[in-house]
Design a binder for this molecule. Structure first.
Ligand code: SF4
Length: 366
């Protein structure tokens, strides 16, 4: 990959003019990523484009969303860029650089990805399940992504109620029944969920830590689609209510069960979506720099140039076996550090579904 660097800054207007002149003189219209540096070398913004030159010049014309371009150029005193073999490679590199450098303006202007929601299992003494719009805690467990955060929130509320899990604020102190300082706390939390038995009450010694952890394990298993206990429990209650002629309660339980079913279906769909993103993807590159990406379960596990020799072909075969052979349990849980890449690939193949027609699924074992 080629890299071009512009001269060091002089003064505001002069520097702007010099940056523009250098882009005009040196940048090419081919895929790549660019970095905007502030005084002192801090990378304040990373971007990518199918045509680096056109994109960079658009900043100086104010054509690249005007406000955004102005804000970036107010801070930038230096631009550098590097070319990539393809737009796909540029997207991947941009994402990786943003993760690594956390440029201030990328963070401030983060694209609105609120249509994607995740279920997060927090850390702490009594972890709770919560719906979040992004993933930033490497120690927490995330499931998703989902579309329709509101529906996921409704379903999650039902799951919490069925399993008796807490949904209160993080500030709430927890006191399990097997904790010695229990005598120091009030007997009721002043929380309706405890009163109506929708929470085990880990804040007032309503349960032991191990019971709470057991329920949490059930929630994880449900989210992983390996355990139907929460749904079965609702269905049992529903049948019992019907048998007692408590039709109103039976109808309410049926509604809860259907919300949980909806969550389950979303998980299954997600799993199918992610499982289907497992293949060998060859991308034609600029000037014949073609690349092979080994993608398994929505993540790029390996990438290398398209082989032209017998030796390189054999190396690729070995890499394919290494990536696709080890069994992996299907799950909707996504490691935090892989979420951005999964979203990127999902969005890439939804934007360009024809790209899927040429992929090679021979290595896929899912
Ligand atoms: S009972 Fe306690 S732990 Fe449960 S939701 Fe209410 S305040 Fe939170």
């Amino acid at each position: 990959m080629k890299r071009r660097a512009l001269p060091a800054p002089i003064t505001d207007d002069t520097q702007l003019a010099r940056m523009r002149a250098a882009v005009r003189a040196e940048a090419k219209d081919r895929p790549g990523v660019y970095r905007m540096h502030a005084t002192g070398g801090e990378v304040v913004y990373v971007g990518k484009s199918k045509r680096v030159r056109t994109r960079l010049l658009s900043y100086f014309r104010g054509a690249y969303p005007e406000e955004k371009a102005a804000r970036i150029l107010r801070e930038a005193v230096h631009i550098d860029w590097e070319y990539t073999p393809s737009e796909f490679a540029a997207l991947l590199l941009e994402m990786r650089l943003i993760k690594k450098l956390r440029p201030r303006l990328n963070v401030a202007m983060k694209r609105d990805d609120r249509h994607f929601a995740f279920i997060k299992i927090t850390r702490g003494l009594a972890p709770k399940l919560t719906v979040v719009r992004g993933a930033s805690d490497d120690q927490a467990a995330y499931y998703g992504p989902f579309q329709g955060a509101r529906r996921v929130e409704d379903s999650l509320r039902e799951l919490n109620d069925v399993l008796g899990l807490r949904d209160c604020t993080f500030e709430r102190k927890m006191h399990f029944s097997d904790q010695s300082e229990l005598f120091q706390i009030a007997r009721t939390p002043g929380c309706i969920r405890y009163e109506i038995r929708k929470c085990l009450g880990p804040c007032v010694g309503g349960c032991s830590e191990s019971l709470y952890q057991q329920r949490l394990a059930m929630a994880r298993a449900f989210l992983d689609c390996v355990d139907d206990t929460p749904l079965e429990s609702l269905r049992r209650d529903m049948e019992a209510s019907s048998a007692r002629l408590e039709f109103e309660r039976a109808a309410a339980l049926r509604d809860k069960a259907s919300r949980l079913e909806e969550l389950r279906v979303q998980f299954l769909r997600l799993r199918c979506g992610v499982e289907s993103l497992s293949f060998v993807y060859t991308v034609a590159g600029h000037d014949g720099d073609d690349r092979v990406y080994l993608i398994r379960r929505g993540r790029v596990r390996d990438e290398r140039p398209v082989p032209h020799t017998t030796r390189d072909r054999a190396a690729l075969e070995r890499a394919i076996a290494d990536v696709f052979s080890p069994p992996e349990r299907p799950t909707t849980r996504v490691p935090t550090h892989e979420i951005d890449e999964m979203l990127l690939l999902t969005s890439w193949f939804s934007r360009f579904p024809k790209e899927l027609e040429g992929v090679d699924r021979q290595g896929q074992q899912e």
